[in-house]
Design a protein around this ligand. Structure first.
Ligand SMILES: Nc1ncnc2c1ncn2[C@@H]1O[C@H](COP(=O)(O)OP(=O)(O)OP(=O)(O)O)[C@@H](O)[C@H]1O
Ligand SMILES: [Mg+2]
Ligand SMILES: [Zn+2]
Length: 511
C-alpha cells in the first residue's frame, strides 16, 4: 500500500515542497529505508518514528517499508520529516485518513510521540500558502509562528495520538486564530537610556545622527569611557519595526531556530552583539547546509562589534561585501541561498592595545609598532563604509557621582527618539517608491537625485576637500551625513552648518 504525504524542505529562505512517499509491503523481508538524498538527521528519523509510534500504542508493522523523499535530487535536512513519515506509515496501514483538502505535515518527533518545537515553521507556512495548502499540521510549540499568515488553517499538534484522533474525526484540534500583527509591534524598548549617560554630548549627538540616517558608526576611546553603554542606548532610539520589517526579520529567526517555543513573530528591532572570537561563518553565515550569520540576524537592526580591531582581518574583510550589498549570498552545489543583511554597524575600539593612548590619566604601555599594527586594522575599505567616526574620551569620575542640588538630568532616549522618528519620516517621503530606507543607504548616484545642496554649503564642501585632501568617498559620505543633519533640523536643503557638523564625524584614516 502506497501513501503520499506532502511536506517541505527549507533551503536558505525558500521552502521546497517535498512528497513523502511511503510504501509498505506486508510480504517480503521486514526493513525500513529512507531514500531521496536524506541527510543524517533524516536517516535517524527511522528510530524516532519507530519508537514514537510504539509509544503511541501503534504496533510498528512487520513489513518492508520504503520512504522516498521526492524530488530526489534536492538535498533535504532537518527533523521536520518525522511527522510526515509517521503519518505516511499510518496512512499506508489505513490507520488514518488524510484530509481531501491539500494538507502538509511537518515536525520533529520525540521518542514518546510528542512533537518538538521545529525550526522554520514561519517560512513553511508562507511557502505552504503560496502553493495552495489548506491545512498545515505542525508542532504545538511552533504553530504560533504561522499565526499572522492568513488563508491557511494551521493546526497545533501536541502528539501523534492527538493527530490520529483528529484525522479519524474523533476529536478535532482547534486551529490557530490569525492575529493582527500591528498591535503587537513594540513601541519602544529602552535597555539603556541616554539620560543614564553623563557627559559625552558629542558622542550622543553622533549616535542620534547615526540612528536618524541609518549610518554606520565607529567609536574610539579608552576602557570604561562608556562606548558599550552608548551602543546599547542607540538601539533604544531607533523607530519601531514596521509590519513588513517584522516579517522579514521573523523569516531569518525562524529558519535559525531563534524563535522560542510558543512565540510568534519578532516584534522588536534586532540588536546583536558579536565578540571578536565569533567565527567568520558565525558572523557572515555559510556552512555546508547554508545558514544565516549574525549580520543577517541583525537585519533591520543593529550589529555591535566591540573591540573591532581584535577581529581577524579575514572576518573584517568578509564584512565588506554584505555592507555594500545589504545581503549575503552563499553558493552550494544544491543551489544559492541568499540572506538579507541590512543592518547598522556600530563598531567600538580602544585607541591602542592597552587602551590608554592619548589618555591624560593613564600612561600607554604599547610600543609604537604595536600601536601602528593595531590602527592599521582600522583603515582601508571597511572603514570607508562607516559614515561617522567619533571619539569617546574618558569622563571624569567626579562627574559620574551626582552632587546634591546640582543634578541636571541629561536628555532622555524618548526625546531623542522623537527627533529620530521625525527625521526618518522625511526620509521615507524622500525615498518613496525606491529601495532606499534611509540616507545611509544612498549610493553616490542617488545623492545627485535626492540631495539639495545650498551653494554656500557646496563651497564649504569643496574647501574641505582641498584643505584636508579628502577622497571622493569621504566627500560623498560627508554629503550623506549632512543630509541627515538637515533632516534632523527639518530643513529641506543642506546648509553650511550641516556640512560643518558632518566634518566633525569624518573618518580620519583613508581621507
Ligand atoms: N558617561 C558615563 N555615564 C555614566 N556611566 C558611565 C559613563 N561612562 C562609563 N560609565 C560607567 O562605566 C561602566 C563602563 O562603561 P562601558 O562598558 O560602556 O565602557 P567602554 O567604553 O565600553 O569600555 P571598554 O573599552 O572597556 O569596553 C558602565 O557600566 C557605567 O557604569
Ligand atoms: Mg565596552
Ligand atoms: Zn596603549
Amino acid at each position: 500500500m502506497l501513501a503520499k504525504i506532502l511536506s517541505a524542505s527549507l533551503f536558505g529562505l525558500e521552502t521546497v515542497p517535498i512528497d513523502v512517499e511511503v510504501n509498505l509491503y506486508k510480504k517480503g523481508f521486514p526493513g525500513f529505508n529512507i531514500i531521496g538524498l536524506p541527510n543524517k538527521s533524516i536517516d535517524e528519523s527511522k528510530e524516532r518514528v519507530k519508537t514514537a509510534l510504539a509509544n503511541s500504542n501503534i504496533e510498528f508493522p512487520q513489513a518492508k517499508i520504503v520512504v522516498n523523499l521526492a524530488p530526489a535530487d534536492i538535498p533535504k535536512e532537518g527533523a521536520g520529516f518525522d511527522l510526515p513519515i509517521a503519518i505516511g506509515i499510518l496512512a499506508s496501514l489505513q490507520g488514518v485518513v488524510i484530509p481531501k483538502n491539500k494538507s502538509m505535515f511537518y515536525g520533529e518527533l520525540s521518542l514518546d510521540g510528542t512533537l518538538r518545537h521545529t525550526k522554520g515553521v514561519f517560512l513553511l507556512a508562507m511557502g505552504a500558502r503560496q502553493i495552495g495548502v489548506k491545512n498545515l499540521f505542525v508542532p504545538v510549540d511552533s504553530a504560533n509562528e504561522g499565526s499572522f499568515i492568513k488563508g491557511i488553517n494551521i493546526y497545533p499538534v501536541k502528539d501523534l495520538k492527538q493527530l490520529i484522533s483528529h484525522l479519524s474525526k474523533e476529536e478535532q484540534i482547534a486551529k490557530i486564530t490569525p492575529k493582527p500583527l500591528k498591535s503587537l509591534l513594540i513601541e519602544e524598548n529602552i535597555d539603556c537610556n541616554f539620560d543614564e549617560i553623563i557627559g559625552q554630548n558629542s558622542a550622543k549627538r553622533a549616535m542620534e545622527v547615526s540612528a536618524s540616517g541609518g549610518h554606520n558608526i565607529f567609536m574610539q576611546g579608552p576602557p570604561g569611557a562608556g562606548k558599550t553603554m552608548l551602543a546599547r542606548a542607540l538601539a533604544g532610539v531607533l523607530p519601531p519595526l514596521s509590519e513588513n520589517e517584522s516579517l522579514e526579520v521573523t523569516k531569518i529567526y525562524s529558519v535559525t531556530g531563534n524563535i522560542p517555543p510558543g512565540e510568534s513573530v519578532i516584534i522588536e528591532r534586532p540588536y546583536r552583539v558579536s565578540h571578536h572570537t565569533t567565527s567568520r561563518i558565525g558572523l557572515i553565515g555559510g556552512g555546508s547546509n547554508p545558514h544565516p550569520g549574525e549580520i543577517s540576524l541583525a537585519h533591520r537592526g543593529v550589529l555591535f562589534l566591540d573591540e573591532f580591531p581584535e577581529f581577524s582581518r579575514g572576518t573584517l574583510e568578509a564584512l565588506r561585501q554584505p555592507l555594500e550589498d545589504g545581503k549575503v549570498t552563499i553558493t552550494r552545489a544544491a543551489g544559492t541561498a541568499e540572506y538579507p543583511a541590512q543592518f547598522m554597524l556600530v563598531a567600538a575600539a580602544n585607541p591602542c592595545p592597552c587602551g590608554y593612548l592619548g589618555d591624560e590619566k593613564h600612561a600607554c604601555k604599547c610600543s609604537p609598532r604595536q600601536v601602528m599594527r593595531y590602527q592599521a586594522k582600522l583603515s582601508g575599505p571597511l572603514m570607508d563604509r562607516i559614515d561617522l567616526h567619533v571619539n569617546v574620551p574618558a569622563v571624569d569620575v567626579e562627574k559620574l557621582i551626582p552632587k546634591e542640588g546640582k543634578i541636571v538630568k541629561p536628555e532622555s532616549s524618548k526625546v531623542i527618539r522623537g527627533r529620530v522618528i521625525a527625521a526618518r519620516e522625511i526620509q521615507k517621503r524622500r525615498f518613496k517608491g525606491t529601495k532606499i530606507h534611509s540616507n545611509g543607504d544612498m549610493r553616490n548616484k542617488d545623492i545627485k537625485n535626492f540631495c539639495k545642496i545650498d551653494p554656500a554649503a557646496l563651497v564649504l564642501l569643496k574647501q574641505a576637500v582641498n584643505n584636508y585632501n579628502l577622497s571622493a568617498r569621504t566627500y560623498f559620505r560627508l554629503i550623506k551625513v549632512s543630509q541627515t543633519i538637515a533632516d534632523l533640523e527639518g530643513v529641506s536643503k543642506i546648509l553650511p552648518a550641516h556640512v560643518a557638523e558632518a566634518l566633525q564625524y569624518r573618518i580620519r584614516s583613508g581621507d
